[in-house]
Unconditional design. Structure first.
Length: 133
């Protein structure tokens, strides 16, 4: 179904949920995740690396130079890398623009005040998966 997921990270967000969703889906589906940040800050790569700690497989980390149009840079990378799914926090600055511009499947992750459920996708898969013979 999905082989690759691309997730933009707004480094100003305290606790982005999109990477967690992307990692959970990757565990369930066996696909790869790429985290992308647009920043000029020196700690951008280290922040991305800290977000990647929740993944079973080490995701690819991409830091794009800061641009006037981050949505366009993100979509250009998505099409270039031929990703199958975009997983985006709704409070990323260009999330609304992606809704109308992206021609790829898009999963928008709203902010949550609840404690994250780490294995929600895996538990759902176990419930719906038929028993092995």
């Amino acid at each position: 179904m999905y082989r690759s997921i691309l997730t933009p990270i707004d480094l100003s967000l305290r606790d982005p949920l999109a990477p967690r969703h992307a990692f959970d889906l990757a565990r369930l589906l066996g696909c790869r995740v790429t985290l992308v940040a647009s920043t000029s800050a020196a700690d951008g790569l280290s922040r991305l690396a800290s977000l990647a700690e929740g993944a079973r497989r080490t995701p690819e980390l991409v830091v794009l130079p800061e641009q006037a149009d981050p949505e366009r840079a993100f979509l250009a990378l998505a099409y270039k890398e031929r990703v199958d799914l975009l997983v985006v926090d709704t409070n990323v600055s260009f999330a609304a623009a992606l809704r109308s511009a992206a021609t790829l499947p898009l999963l928008l992750v709203p902010p949550s005040r609840a404690e994250p459920r780490v294995d929600r996708w895996l538990k759902a898969a176990e419930v719906t998966r038929p028993p092995l013979p």
